[in-house]
Design a protein around this ligand. Structure first.
Ligand SMILES: C[S@@+](CC[C@H](N)C(=O)[O-])C[C@H]1O[C@@H](n2cnc3c(N)ncnc32)[C@H](O)[C@@H]1O
Length: 361
């Protein structure tokens, strides 16, 4: 899928013009943090009229809403063309622009999947005290079309959330401390550098190892840096030369993890239908191995034909699990555990590892 695409590069240029040079359907995912159109609105000033954050940069100013909408339509049209038919886009915004972004996304044929609230654990206070503290940003996640067979790593998200379904409200801190890039005067290099944790979750949720992620407003290079770390490819676009330089240096410092480390919990549809017996036949889980339920109250033994026995009861991993718990059905893959290196692990891990190995190979 790399063809003429300048993969693993940060391109300096105007986003619409630069996007026009990228081939149709050539990227798997887009993360865009476009100008917010804040226009130095009152709530961004302290009582002494100084600006609370560096958002008075020229890149954030538009004459009026129609100029902002025109620009948004242009870059989102290009994004739609460049995105693979099964790809997804993430667009982050605040109340100043997110409703405009949402309407234009829908007008262009994108299919909204979720709006994620990024709830900031350490938001900036409201200095004037005339409104609520604005403590979140919204990310719209959309597929290229309603027909897209888009990627969502449901199991990986669940695993990341202590085995509970990941919800649409994400509680993450702002980018602070060592993560925040500084200029030669020790000041923030970029006014709106996004936290790496946010990009980590976005990319683990919606991309695979080796996928290509485009960020058309890449600023300080957060998306390319996290993409590289997670074994994804990236294309960044940024017009400000200082940010381009900083982003390139940042990405160069980043280590790319090996595919073995970055493979995530596979989606259910990616788990091959491997019969339990094949792990017995191949000696991965030999006959005679003891299996237990999670609490280690029940015990069964693996037999050579892949059935389990417990006392005088015998059945498949599913059937015996159901019989022993008096349940109508049971998913034996997640019910039965075995001991490995002193730890209890579900037998499902064997299927997941076989997918990870296939992906690496
Ligand atoms: C909200 S910031 C993105 C910050 C980035 N997510 C990060 O973590 O550093 C938007 C960026 O888009 C760039 N930008 C704005 N308009 C642009 C345009 N028309 N073409 C290219 N870059 C643009 C700005 O210079 C700015 O760095």
């Amino acid at each position: 899928m790399t063809g003429e695409l300048p993969v693993d590069q940060i391109l300096r240029g105007e986003c619409v013009e630069t996007m026009k040079t990228l081939p149709d359907g050539s990227v798997d995912c887009i993360f865009a943090d476009p100008p917010y159109n804040l226009q130095l609105r009152g709530e961004l000033r302290r009582p002494d009229e100084t600006v609370v954050d560096g958002v008075d940069d020229a890149w954030d100013k538009f004459d009026d809403y129609s100029a902002y909408d025109k620009f948004t339509r242009e870059w989102l049209s290009e994004a739609h063309r460049i995105l693979d038919k099964d790809g997804t886009i993430w667009v982050i915004g605040s109340y100043h622009n997110v409703f405009r972004l949402g309407a234009i996304l829908q007008d262009l044929g994108f299919w909204i999947l979720n709006d994620i609230i990024w709830r900031k654990s350490n938001p900036m206070p409201n200095f004037r005290g005339r409104r609520f503290t604005n403590a979140h940003e919204t990310m719209i996640w959309a597929a290229k079309s309603p027909q897209s067979r888009y990627r969502f790593n449901y199991q990986a998200m669940k695993a990341l959330n202590d085995d509970l379904q990941m919800r649409s409200d994400w509680y993450l801190p702002l980018c602070t401390g060592n993560e925040r890039l500084k200029n030669e005067h020790g000041l923030k290099l970029h006014p709106t550098q996004k936290p790496e944790s946010l990009l980590h979750r976005v990319l683990v949720a919606s991309t695979n190892v080796e996928d290509v992620v485009l960020d058309p407003f890449c600023g300080s290079g957060t998306t390319p840096a996290v993409a590289k770390r997670l074994g994804r490819h990236y294309v960044g676009i940024e017009r400000h030369p200082d940010y381009v330089k900083a982003a390139r240096e940042r990405v160069a410092r980043e280590e790319r993890l090996t595919s073995e480390h970055v493979a995530v919990t596979p989606a259910k549809r990616d788990i091959p239908r491997i019969p339990f017996g094949s792990f017995v036949e191949t000696g991965v889980l030999p006959a005679g191995t003891a299996l237990y339920d999670r609490q280690k109250r029940l015990k069964a033994t693996v037999t050579p034909d892949g059935t389990l026995v417990s006392g005088n009861q015998r059945g498949s991993i599913h059937k015996l699990g159901a019989m022993l718990t008096n349940a109508p059905s049971c998913n034996g893959w997640t019910f039965w555990f075995f001991e490995r290196d002193g730890e209890m692990v579900p037998i499902d891990i064997l299927r997941q590892e076989s997918v990870a190995l296939r992906n690496v190979g």
